[in-house]
Unconditional design. Structure first.
Length: 459
């Protein structure tokens, strides 16, 4: 299932539980080249990438396989530039950490020398690290170039903001297929103008939205903060009058979408476990508690993960005390993360999950299920029970390494297995975020909660 939020918010940190770590700064920050041609920063990135992988990867590593992986990637580069493989010799592992790390750096230096001016030091450095990391055959252990790392960071932090009106957009499924409003950011320009979920955006600055794609609509809605956009709105098939003049302002891309449904059931969708997610959730829960919410639906479908700390903080909103998750590293180090006594008062809770509920969202789902504070409804989750650490590099790139395994509070290992929900409910085609009339799994959740609330009231 792809909710409206998931369609609009492309997150490159999907299926990950992330811990952000830091290197010490390189000993030399000069841009000058060494005698081999690689800069001190490039040499530092090569050494530290090897060191972190060899020391922190959660499984035992075949050192020769690492050197072979770098050799293969670099020799492919050289061959494409017309350099014979016979002139580039493989390094042999000695099982001495320092020697093997130096051998890896020597491979990159030799490749740079053989390439002459045909390949840059950056290309050689990036490909050497990529070949090294590919050798461990772990899909989550990868090198990220600056563009990839920046995109991942933007997804996790909500970005630097953009000029907009605070809407999540969908499209009509029939008729003219105009733009529709699927979500309105609380307190945003559109919310203040009175726009509601379910409204149709018939025109933007006089241009009809008939047949437009979401990307086109978003482009027209966005603009510099302080500028005005005019929206022709229809509600229940009737125009609301003259187009609304709305002043754009800087919009932080949220990771939490929340609204009150019928019968005082609060609906909360989390798209990613990002930097501000716990705070956004706390704000939403505070408003719902003051509004008299009787039950909650937490939608974690299509949530591919995010920060470990965020998953713990989110889980702590529903679990008052005790274990949330248990983590073990290669060296056998064990750590249990407990709830921080920040939970709302207990109320009936459903967590919606599907095959794209992964990693950090599985930590929260598993904790809620194991601790008995909520009911999981949907389909079996993705099954990723490992943790990655992110190490930013000096030039804006980064390395991501699987450094640990995690287990649910009851000690379940869900890696490659996933979590079976308490109630299985299949997905319908093209569900709409927060609309039970067009979301079969959400409707199942509401039916379950209404019965549970009714039973509690009759006691």
């Amino acid at each position: 299932m792809k909710t409206a939020a998931a369609r609009v918010l492309t997150v490159l940190a999907a299926v990950a539980v992330l811990i952000v770590a830091q290197f010490s700064p390189p000993p030399v920050a000069s841009a000058s080249t060494s005698t081999t041609g690689l800069t001190p920063v490039q040499l530092y990135e090569l050494r530290m990438s090897y060191l972190r992988l060899s020391e922190d990867f959660y499984q035992k590593i075949d050192t020769q396989a690492l050197l072979d992986g770098a050799y293969q990637k670099l020799s492919d580069d050289l061959e494409r530039q017309g350099v014979s493989r016979s002139s580039f010799h493989k390094a042999h592992a000695t099982n001495n950490d320092r020697n093997d790390r130096n051998a890896f750096v020597d491979e990159a230096e030799t490749a740079y020398t053989l390439a002459g001016s045909k390949l840059t030091g950056t290309q050689i450095t990036y490909d050497a690290i990529a070949g090294l990391y590919g050798a461990v055959k772990d899909r989550y252990t990868v090198f990220l170039n600056p563009k990839e790392y920046a995109a991942m960071e933007q997804g996790l932090t909500g970005g630097d903001g953009f000029g907009g009106v605070g809407l999540v957009i969908g499209l009509e499924t029939t008729g003219a297929k105009r733009a529709t409003v699927e979500w309105v950011a609380q307190g945003g320009p559109a919310d203040r103008a009175g726009i509601q979920s379910g409204d149709v955006i018939a025109t933007i600055n006089g241009t009809a939205t008939d047949g437009m794609q979401i990307k086109q609509v978003s482009s027209l809605l966005r603009g510099d903060a302080g500028t005005v956009v005019r929206l022709g709105i229809e509600r229940s098939g009737e125009p609301l009058g003259d187009p609304l003049s709305i002043t754009r302002r800087e919009i932080h891309t949220p990771s939490v979408y929340a609204k009150m449904l019928s019968n005082k059931v609060a609906f909360i969708a989390i798209t990613i476990f990002g930097q501000t997610t716990a705070d956004e959730l706390g704000d939403a829960l505070s408003k719902f508690e003051k509004s008299g919410a009787q039950a909650y639906v937490l939608d974690l479908r299509d949530n591919g993960g995010g920060y470990l700390d965020s998953a713990i903080d989110v889980s702590s909103k529903f679990i008052s005390t005790g274990p949330i998750v248990k983590v073990t590293e290669r060296a056998g180090n064990f750590k249990q993360y407990d709830a921080d006594n920040d939970a709302i008062s207990p109320k009936p809770l459903v967590v919606l999950v599907n095959g794209n509920t992964a990693s950090a969202s599985e930590i929260t789902s598993g904790a809620i299920q194991d601790r008995g504070v909520g009911t999981l409804i949907g389909t079996r989750t993705f099954g990723k029970g490992v943790v990655q650490s992110i190490y930013p590099l000096p030039d804006g790139s980064a390395i991501k390494i699987t450094t640990a395994r995690y287990y649910t509070p009851r000690g379940r290992d869900i890696n490659t297995v996933g979590i079976q929900p308490d109630i299985t409910a299949e997905e319908n085609t093209s569900p709409i975020l927060g609309d039970p009339t067009k979301d079969a799994q959400l409707q199942t959740a509401l039916t379950f909660l209404s019965q549970k609330v009714a039973r509690s009231a009759s006691r």
